[in-house]
Design a protein around this ligand. Structure first.
Ligand SMILES: [Zn+2]
Ligand SMILES: [Zn+2]
Length: 188
């Protein structure tokens, strides 16, 4: 590829600030912005290539993290929010005017129930955790990236020193399998 890849326009590579306790996420509307207050640092911040996570215009990847559900509160213009796909595991609450996803929540039994999915670049505060891995890299083909461009995409993550996977990170895949093993009774 001759042009630099737009992995994400605001990929956070800064170190998390000590004692950082969260901030406000704002949608992209010019006025009456939806505001979500996150009273917690973010965790597991990563680049995600899946077709469901919200990506800024032109970006190949979403930037997505989690925060405890009880720390995530809609604090302004919540009437503009609607769930994008009520049948999805993660119920992504998006602004119906600008399309920005403000938070994703899991209501059914799941390893990640209790964690809300958030896009920290919607916050003006600095200090959130940086992107520590890339997930579902191969999935960007499903949203239009040409298969022959994948080598350059993966090389970009190597350059950025960001571990990249075609599923979630080993720690999160282990969490999903641990939950499944406990649910089935294999693991006591
Ligand atoms: Zn909006
Ligand atoms: Zn995703």
């Amino acid at each position: 590829m001759s042009t630099p890849l737009n992995i994400h326009p605001n990929l956070n590579r800064n170190a998390a600030a000590d004692g950082f306790a969260g901030g406000k996420l704002l949608c992209n509307c010019a006025s009456d912005k939806v505001e979500v207050t996150v009273a917690s640092q973010s965790f597991h911040n990563h680049a995600c290539g899946c077709t469901k996570c919200w990506k800024p215009a032109g970006a190949l990847f979403a930037q997505i993290a989690v925060a405890p559900r009880d720390k995530v509160t809609v604090t302004a213009n919540g009437d503009k929010l609607a769930v994008v796909d009520p049948s999805a595991t993660i119920l992504r609450h998006a602004c119906t005017v600008c399309g920005t996803h403000m938070y994703g929540r899991i209501e059914k039994p799941h390893a990640f129930n209790g964690l809300d999915f958030i896009h920290t670049e919607l916050s003006e505060e600095a200090g959130w955790t940086p992107v520590s891995f890339a997930a579902f890299v191969s999935s960007i083909i499903e949203s239009g990236t040409r298969p022959e461009d994948m080598e350059a995409v993966r090389a970009t993550f190597v350059e950025l020193d960001i571990p990249h996977y075609d599923c979630l990170s080993p720690a999160l895949m282990d969490a999903l399998s641990t939950y499944a093993a406990k649910t089935s009774g294999v693991l006591q």
